[in-house]
Each structure stands twice: as C-alpha cells, then as structure tokens.
Design a protein around this ligand. Structure first.
Ligand code: ZN
Length: 722
C-alpha cells in the first residue's frame, strides 16, 4: 500500500483547514440531520494532485480517513457531529460503461452514467456498534463496514477492560449508544443509448447510506460515483464461492441538461442550422419518418403529426405553480396490418430517449410503476419504474395500448396529463416524473374495427378498443388508419416496396465487412436521396436535429399567432348553432345535451402543435405561419375523426347518439301506446327521416332488451316490460 494508508488523515486535515474552512464552519452552524461536506474532485486535484490520485486508487481507506478527520475537526471546535465527506465530479478517466466494470475496478472509485430503475424502502443499520463486556462492563466501539453481519469485538481491550477474549466473556450490543445510519438499495441500469444494439442493458445493485438516501427516484438519469465491491453470493443462507459485484455509492450528480448522451459536434450543428433554413423542411422531415412505409392517404397526415410530436411543445410552469405539458400525445387506431407497429418502432428508435413497449407484454412495473417485494433479496419492498418514468424527457411508443393492465389504466390520467406517477405502496411513497410524449397504438377487441357510419365519430372505433372513453381526451390527436387502399395508389405502393426491398445492402455482405456497416454509411451523409428522387434525412442526423432543437429552442407564441388560434377557437365554440336542428317530435331531450364542439384542452393541443412547428424550424418565436400549420393538422384530424362534440372524448357518447337514443326510445313508446307493440320495420321507418340508421336502431333496441326495459313479444316485435 502507498502513502494513502498512513498519511491520508494529515493530508485531509491540511486540505480541510486550508481550503475548506468556510464550508466546515457552515457545516458546524447548520443543524442538519445528515451533515456532509461535498468536495468536487478537481479542487482536491488542484490542491494536492498525488493525494487526489490516491482517492481514486484507495477510496475506502482514504474516504473513511477523511470522514474521521472531518469529525475530529468538528469535535475540536466543540461540535460532536457525525459528518461525512463526499467526493464528486470525478475526472473523465474514472468514467466507465457499467458493462465494462470488471475485476480490475474492484475497490476503486468509478463513475457510471445510469438510469435508476428501482429504489427500496429505507432501513436503519448500525454503523458504529457499542458493545458492553459482560465481565468488566467496559464499552467497546466497533465500526460496522459490512451491511450483512454484525461484527463483534474479538476481545475486551487490555487498556480499558479485562482483556478477555471473545470465548471467555460475552459482548452485549447497546443499541442506545450505537450509531445508526439509514440505508437503501437502488437498482441502476445502463442508459439505453450506450447499450450495444441487440444487447440487454446491464443492471447493478447500489447500496446507499446516510445523506444520499432518498435522493434518487426511479426513472432519473444520474452519474453515480461508486466503489464496486465484491461480496459472496448467499444461497440457502450459506455463502458460496461465487461473487457478486455490488456498488457502494459515494456521491452522485443529477443530469443538468437533457440529451447530453447524443453528441452533437460543430459540424453537426452547422448542418442542423443549414437544414433548418430549407423551405421544404416540414416535408423533408415528414418524408424522413419511416420512409419505407409509404405515405398514402391518411398516412401522410399521420406522419406530419408524428414529425411535430418528435419536437413537441414547451412545458411550462405557470404562475399558480401548476404545470402545462408540452409533450404531444398521439393515438393510432387501426386494424392489424396497417403498419402501426412499424411506425411506433421507427419513432421510438428515432426519438431521443425513445422507448418501445407493448401494452400487453410489459412485465413487472408495467407502464407506470409497481411495488415489488424482495427485489434486492433482503425482504424489503422496492419501487420499480415502468416504461413512462423510464422514458422521462423522451418518448414512449406503446403498442397494444388496449391491453394495458387495470392498474396502469387507473394511473394513466395523471401520468399523461400532469406527467407524474404517484405511488404509495409497501412503505414507499414517491412521485415519479413521466414527462414524455406518448405514441400509442390500439387494436380492436374483436379483431377488426367495424365500419364507421357517416354520422359516427372516431369514438365509435375507440370504444371498440375497450379503453375507457375519458382516456381519449388525454390524446392531442387520434388517428384511425384503415387498410382500405385506393386503387390508383396500388401501383405506387408496389413500386415503392420494390424500390425499397432492392435498394438496401445485402445483410450477408454487411456481416462480412465491418466497414460496410449501416451506421458507418449513415455517419457520413446526412441527406440521402432514394431511388424515386426524394430526399430524406438519415435517422442518425434527424435524431441529432431533434435533440438539438429540444435542448436549445423554447418558442413563445407571438400575438398574431395567438389571435389566429383564438379566432379558430371562438368560431368553433359558436359553431354548434349553425347546424340545422330541424324540430321534430322526437327531439324532446335535445335541450339537456349541450354540444361542446371544442374545449380548452384542444386549445392547449393547438398551442403545443404551434410550438412544435416553430421548434422544428429553430425559431424562438412562434408566428402565424406556425399556427396555421398547427391548425391545418388539427382541423384535419378533427374532420377525419368526425369529432363534432368534444365532450364525446370524455363520455364516449356523442350528443347525436345521446339524442338518437332518446329519439328511438320515444318512437318505441309511441308505437306501443298506439298499437300495443312496436314492430321493428315501423321503427326503421320512423327513424329514416331522422337519418338514424337501422344499425343504430338495432343497437339501441338490443340495449333496451338487455337492461330489461323491453321484451320481445314475438319475432321483431317489442313491448315495454311494464
Ligand atoms: Zn471485559
């Protein structure tokens, strides 16, 4: 061992007294439950470079000498405090990917960039135990370094006690005099951006003590400064010759700017600025989204909205302390085989911090969070982050959204709107962030969506997914993608597929030559021209572009753009009067149902879309041009989905349907009072001038039969039950 062991204490003393006097005084004056002094590594390095190097090599000894020295200094100044010394902001050469930590790193100081995935309950442990010798009553203090067994004194000291060995006396633990420290386990995982493609992210268990406890939440990205240590595996309460590596946390830094994992050099930012000036930017980016999925019909609009989603609006803290979300949530509905999953996969790979998950296949923590027992093998409860907290500040693409668990459905509203997941389970209470855009895809419960009638909104399809209607109101945009392909598109699509299938590099050629790897090819160019002469941005470049825009641009709407949105909003609000509401004897209930064509929720969606379009163009001010694009996208989805009454998004029942229900009921009632029973054909005939379809009549009748209001007196003839 080097000098570290013997003169660490004196070096610490010099450093603390000469360079850290003010901080020590502050520590003494502040009555903190968990007193600690944090020291940035570079300060120590400037002061005493050799000693700083020792900390990296022999962190345990040097740091514990440091804490002892700090406590001594405090004691000399009349304060008995249990202060700890934390060294952080480690130099670059201590940084290592979690997966590369091996035997040469054991007991050294290392820093790893990770996501916290689980935290356990807190438990106190003794870190300095006081024992009393049974024969002479001397008190002996033993420092407890191992969290798994209580270390007793080997013998009573000769100086203050009887000097008997352990075998000839007994040592009683005196809890009241012992010092306790809180500890907690967290699970860390490599940040997905650093995981080699195809590999699973490496995980690690971290033991946290003292002031650092409860400072980390699942879903957070941190730089953890740790000492990897080995401990023997325990099987059936017996130690085995196998060893686990666990980590002791020394200090940690929370990320200050997002997306630092995506490196953007000067050349990149020059290109980004250049591309941002193009007149066809919106179209260029739209084309760059899943170029292999041909954008026919509605898909073009879908891609346009996805392009805006990738950039997102600006999340703001409002003066009343509430927060408005900037992330844009989009739902894609469609029959199996309409390329929904491919779009989701592409967007999740493209978006910085994008994650892909399958609603039905999400294990463990699901989309939000779960409490797990014994996640760290010591019986404690742990809180595990689900997909949304893990996608914080990014995007979560959730396929088979209709299959999410009941638990997730319950937590989905706040997770999408306030972007928080609140958990209080198994002794852990925590609020996790889920500040991510959600791109969800849903399938119909019964295999295929039924054809929507001309008077039915997209909510009819939404209900066929089995999702609860109010959830629909959390999405800014809902698309219904049908696989009906128009005839003249067929040839275009076939040509497109042919070009696509034949233009890629043969995989076997790529496997044989590393130089031909797709990432290397993509690295060099940032715009590629496909066979049909259309330009699009490479995925790699577009990801950098998005990260750059999200990191640096936070657009504000100017007055003119606000006015345009406001004008649309007020016009829509007043629009329900314009519909021809021809008076009819069957509209008696109409008055009860007020049509709400647009709500403030839509207003927020419009602002987000406007901001997203401005951000895409790297504009700090969102202008009327941005607002007009946002309005066009918004209008298009509203028209496409037939939403005339926004309250339908909450209730799932349109005003039309509600009034149709009562109209049909009145028709049946009239027929019954007139003729004793209502014949189906006659109901159809009455419904016809009201533009109520036979399907609709059938639906209402069968509902009335189901809930016992009606009974079928003979085939297709109905009577009221009483
Ligand atoms: Zn003794």
């Amino acid at each position: 061992m080097t000098m570290a062991a013997h003169d660490a204490s004196s070096r610490w003393r010099t450093f603390l007294e000469e360079a850290k006097e003010t901080e020590v005084m502050t520590l003494l004056s502040r009555q903190s439950n968990f007193p600690f002094l944090s020291i940035p590594f570079h300060e120590l390095q400037t002061f005493d470079p050799d000693f700083a190097e020792d900390i990296l090599q022999y962190p345990k000894q040097v740091l514990s000498a440091g804490s002892k020295t700090l406590m001594e200094i405090c004691r000399e100044r009349g304060e008995e405090i249990d202060a700890l010394l934390r060294v952080g902001e480690l130099p670059g050469d201590t940084r290592k990917p979690l997966r590369e930590i091996g035997s040469s790193d054991i007991d050294k100081l290392r820093s790893v960039d990770v996501i916290v995935t689980k935290i356990s309950e807190i438990k106190p442990r003794i870190h300095r135990a006081v024992f009393r010798c049974e024969s002479c009553h001397a008190e002996i203090e033993v420092e407890q370094l191992n969290e798994r067994e209580l270390k007793e004194p080997l013998k009573c000291p000769d100086a203050d006690g009887c000097g008997l060995p352990k075998a000839q006396t007994r040592f009683d633990l005196i809890l009241i005099s012992s010092r306790m420290v809180n500890n907690q386990w967290i699970e860390i995982q490599e940040q997905p951006e650093y995981v080699p493609s195809g590999a699973q992210p490496r995980r690690g268990m971290v033991l946290i003590e003292g002031d650092q406890v409860n400072k980390h939440l699942p879903g957070e990205r941190i730089t953890a400064n740790v000492i990897p240590v080995v401990r023997s595996e325990v099987r059936n309460r017996k130690k085995t010759p196998m060893f686990d590596v666990i980590f002791h946390l020394i200090s940690s830094e929370h990320e200050s700017t997002p997306f630092t994992e995506i490196s953007i050099d000067e050349e990149d930012s020059d290109r980004i600025l250049e591309v941002s000036q193009r007149d066809d930017l919106m179209n260029l980016i739209q084309r760059s989204i899943a170029p292999s999925i041909f954008a026919t019909g509605i898909l073009g609009h879908v891609k346009r909205s996805l392009a805006l989603q990738l950039f997102g609006g600006v999340s703001r803290r409002l003066s009343d302390k509430t927060r408005s979300r900037g992330d844009i949530h989009i739902l894609l509905m469609g029959d199996p085989g309409v390329a929904k999953s491919q779009l989701l996969t592409f967007i999740s790979a493209l978006s910085p911090r994008g994650r892909f998950a399958t609603g039905g296949g999400v294990s463990g923590a699901g989309l939000t969070a779960a409490a797990v027992r014994d996640a760290f093998g010591d019986g404690r409860f742990a809180l595990e982050a689900g997909v949304l907290p893990l996608s914080d500040r990014g995007l979560a693409a959730i396929d088979e959204f209709d299959k999410i668990s009941t638990e997730d459905r319950r937590m989905m509203h706040p997770a999408m709107e306030q972007q928080k997941v609140h958990v209080a389970k198994g002794g852990i209470t925590a609020t996790l962030h889920s500040r991510c855009a959600i791109l969800a895809a849903a399938n119909p419960k019964d295999g295929r969506f039924s054809k929507r009638g001309p008077n039915q909104s997209v909510m009819r399809s939404f209900q066929e997914t089995g999702l609860p209607p109010p959830l629909a109101s959390r999405f800014d945009i809902i698309w219904m993608i049908r696989d009906e392909v128009r005839i003249h598109d067929d040839e275009k699509i076939a040509r497109h597929i042919l070009d696509n299938r034949t233009s890629g590099k043969s995989e076997s050629i790529m496997d044989n030559s590393i130089e031909l790897g797709p990432s290397n090819l993509e690295e060099e160019s940032f715009i590629v021209t496909s066979e049909n002469g259309e330009e699009h941005l490479t995925q790699n470049f577009l990801r950098k572009y998005i990260a750059f825009a999200k990191r640096t641009i936070h657009p504000q709407l100017d007055e003119e753009s606000k006015n345009v949105i406001l004008k649309y909003y007020t016009e829509e609000r007043q629009s329900f009067g314009r519909e021809d509401q021809s008076a009819s004897q069957y509209e008696s209930d109409q008055g009860k149902d007020t049509v709400i064509p647009i709500t403030a929720r839509a207003l927020e969606a419009l602002i987000r879309l406007t901001e997203a379009h401005a951000r895409m163009h790297l504009q700090e001010v969102a202008t009327v041009e941005n607002a007009n694009v946002a309005l066009a996208v918004f209008r298009h989805w509203r028209e496409e989905s037939g939403i005339e009454d926004e309250s339908e998004l909450h209730s799932g029942v349109s005003v039309r349907a509600r009034s149709n229900n009562s109209a049909i009921m009145n028709m049946v009632r009239d027929l019954c009072s007139e003729k004793g029973e209502a014949v189906l054909v006659e109901i159809y005939n009455l419904a016809l001038p009201r533009k109520i379809s036979e399907d609709e009549v059938n639906r209402v009748i069968s509902k009335m039969l189901q809930n016992g209001e009606l009974f079928e007196s003979s085939t297709d003839k109905y009577r009221f039950a009483r």
